[in-house]
Write a protein that binds this ligand. Structure first.
Ligand code: ADP
Ligand code: MG
Length: 685
């Protein structure tokens, strides 16, 4: 059994489970073993009822103190029963579990485990799990893995499949040379994978995690180094001159560039006209005005008779860029002949675009990574801009080079990274920083609230809409019931429609809609035929509708701070005062404290560093950060120390044996080649 064995070959995994796994993108045993737990459940000692904290998962050891009371509400059977220990009492509530009525005998002692909530003066534990004391004791203080699941798949099934896989899996032989293993105190891979799924204790878990994080960073940085070797000193084959086009365009724009934008524009012009091929990153917080710099660079390219490509991570964003640029062409008559190329187009539409691209009729090609597929032939591609894109990877560059092009590369990112980390993570790029927002911006006003604030928030939304503004509401899931009790886009939009006056136009957007529908909704929102857009995080990056002034995020506790900051970046893009309302369904102190960081500041750097302080280095269960460096396990902020070690290891390797020719490096070479071929884990696409 190896990485590519399909999961159905595992004992106990039938077709039904196979399909459920497939929903989670788990097709092979390799996928399964690399689906690390998102958290671990620790069965801690049962608590006295009087000590139980609201909102927290805990266990109590108590006696059934009354006779279970059964009610029927429509299709639902509700069973209430009281329990008590010497310190106090609680009510338990079960849904559709009528058989418990017999099981829970008055006077019987059990361990009940669940979350306690308050309803008026009542304290209620809903749907607790029930154990005999003996059974519970057996599991106390173990770390039980919890996985990202889908409806119909339980942790129990998942764990069983993982156990089965671990018992039969043929791990690769150790690929790191002894020297690296020793220097960085790395755990053996097999043990690391076993431990991450079933940790005997927290210390061993930390060791296991370190090995896996190191692996991710190491392969990523190794490929990055290769990329640099490849692109460093590449001659500029498309030397450009500044023309009147960009100068005139800048004069016509309704705003002057900020000082920071001007500086970066100068750097870009120097690159495009210089001796070497450009390889530059523009780093600037959300709303700092990166797009206009891309447009300028692309315009200079077009004016010099070449083609440019603008690549976005989502179709929605690609569409928006296309619209914006067509708008510029119309308004200012600039020299673009733009086309849009996205995966969801029909074969015929694509064919037409391919032809225009190959003939040079189109001089600006905007799209998702459909842009660099083998089928696309360019006439004279001289510049590729990637916006908010997982970095432009080695393989993308190589695939372009194979076609005979070595275009200039410009990467734009809003991920706030301290300089020391940027040097490691963007080791192959020159870095330009936009460290200033346009002057016409008012700082966004924020608030962090609980769900009882909703009626007020809706009033506020209605007022903003009546003043001509637009609103985003973000929910964590698409439809009901994929996960726990989270708000979902479809029902929420309905709820909002009912809560707001009928004149207010509410619509929704999510990633599972057909691309054409997504595009239509975004266009309508852009054209202000929709007032309130309820959406998942598909609008997280890049979307620019300056008239939108309210961002309300439901279940804000579910998102990472960086992601919330990105979401908030969708408002505050024009001259109107903008507002951000973070609604938390959880009132845990830590949650609130975390969200308060956003409340205090609109600065991406500050937020990233405060978040790190709260989570601490090597944080294991922290909420995943969004952004381009979302490794499967590693977190560039809280695992910065491991990142530095991996970088150090790669550096040393490149100093002694850059082509991995020495016998001790053969296994590593093979491993890295396989990783690159399988395109595993690191997001350089
Ligand atoms: P981001 O850096 O997040 O990609 P955008 O490039 O989308 O930001 O810019 C956000 C908004 O700010 C856009 O509506 C853009 O037209 C506007 N903008 C860009 N530069 C300036 C400027 N110098 N002054 C005023 N508005 C600007
Ligand atoms: Mg942008």
């Amino acid at each position: 059994m190896n990485r590519n064995t399909p999961v159905i070959d595992l004992k106990g995994v039938g077709e039904k489970t196979q399909r459920l796994f497939e929903k989670l993108n788990i097709v092979t045993v390799g996928d399964l073993l690399r689906s690390y737990p998102k958290d671990y459940e620790v069965f801690d000692e049962p608590k006295k009822i009087s000590r139980v904290k609201l909102g927290e998962v805990c266990a109590v050891y108590a006696a059934v103190s009354g006779i279970p009371n059964e009610k029927k509400v429509r299709k639902l059977t509700i069973l209430n029963v009281n329990i008590a220990d010497e310190s106090g009492s609680l009510q338990l509530t079960f849904f559709n579990m009528p058989f418990l009525k017999k099981l829970l005998r008055q006077g019987g002692f059990y361990v009940f485990r669940g979350t306690v909530q308050s309803r008026g003066s009542l304290r209620i534990m809903e749907q607790p799990r029930i154990f005999s004391l003996e059974d519970y004791r057996k599991q106390t203080n173990c770390l039980n893995p919890k996985y990202s699941l889908t409806k119909g798949l339980t942790d129990k099934t998942f764990r069983k499949a993982v156990r089965q896989a671990l018992s039969e899996y043929a791990f690769e032989e150790e690929y790191y040379p002894e020297e690296i293993l020793k220097a960085y105190e790395l755990e053996d891979e097999r043990r690391a994978v076993e431990t991450i799924h079933f940790p005997p204790d927290v210390n061993l878990l930390a060791r296991a995690r370190k090995r896996l994080v190191f692996d991710e960073f190491f392969s990523f940085l190794f490929l990055l180094r290769e990329n640099r070797r490849f692109s460093e000193g590449l001659e500029n084959r498309y030397r450009m001159f500044e023309t009147a086009d960009t100068v005139r365009f800048l004069e016509q724009l309704p705003f002057p560039l900020t000082k920071a934008q001007k500086k970066v524009w100068q750097e870009i012009r120097d690159d495009l006209g210089g001796n070497y091929c450009m390889n530059r990153l523009i780093q600037g917080d959300v709303g700092s005005g990166k797009t206009i710099l891309a447009v300028l660079a692309l315009l200079m390219t077009a004016a010099n008779g070449y083609q440019g490509a603008l690549m976005a991570p989502t179709e929605v964003l690609a569409m928006q860029h296309y619209e914006t640029i067509c708008g510029y062409v119309e308004k200012y008559g600039i020299a673009f002949r733009p086309v849009l190329l996205v995966g969801s187009m029909t074969a015929r539409e694509k064919k037409e675009i391919y032809e225009k691209t190959a003939s040079g009729e189109a001089n600006l090609i905007i799209g998702t990574h459909a842009l660099i597929q083998a089928k696309v032939k360019y006439k004279a591609l001289a510049l590729v801009v990637t916006d908010e894109q997982h970095r432009f990877g080695v393989r993308q560059r190589e695939s372009l080079a194979e076609k005979g092009d070595s275009p200039h590369i410009l990467v734009m990112s809003a991920t706030p990274i301290p300089r020391t980390l940027a040097i490691i993570l963007y080791g192959d790029l020159h870095i330009s920083v936009i460290d200033e927002l346009p002057a016409n911006r008012l700082p966004i006003k924020n608030c962090v609230v609980n769900t009882s604030y909703r009626p007020k928030a809706y009033q506020f939304i209605a007022r903003q809409v009546s003043e001509g503004r637009q609103v985003y509401v973000i929910c964590p899931q698409v439809e009901e019931g994929e996960m726990e009790d989270l708000e979902n886009v479809v029902d929420y939009a309905e709820k909002l429609k009912n809560a707001l006056s009928p004149q207010i136009r509410v619509s929704y957007l999510h990633g599972r809609m057909r691309p054409a529908d997504k595009n239509r909704i975004m266009e309508e929102f852009g054209a202000h035929s929709i007032d309130v857009l309820v959406s998942t995080t598909v609008i997280e990056v890049g979307i620019n509708v300056p008239n939108a002034t309210v961002m309300m995020v439901e279940n804000a506790e579910r998102f990472g701070l960086a992601q919330l900051h990105q979401l908030r970046g969708r408002v505050g893009r024009g001259e109107n005062q903008s507002y951000c309302i973070f609604v938390s369904a959880q009132e845990k102190e830590e949650t609130m404290e975390r969200l308060q960081i956003l409340n205090r500041s609109n600065d991406g750097f500050y937020i990233a560093s405060e978040d790190l302080k709260l989570r601490g280095p090597g944080d294991m269960f922290g909420i995943r950060q969004s952004g381009e460096f979302s490794f499967r396990m590693g977190d560039i902020y809280s695992d910065a120390a491991v990142l530095k070690e991996a970088s150090d290891a790669v550096d040393r390797l490149f100093q002694t044996d850059p082509d991995l020719e020495l016998p001790v490096h053969q296994k590593l070479k093979q491993h890295l080649q396989e990783m690159a071929a399988a395109n595993v884990d690191f997001r350089s696409i």
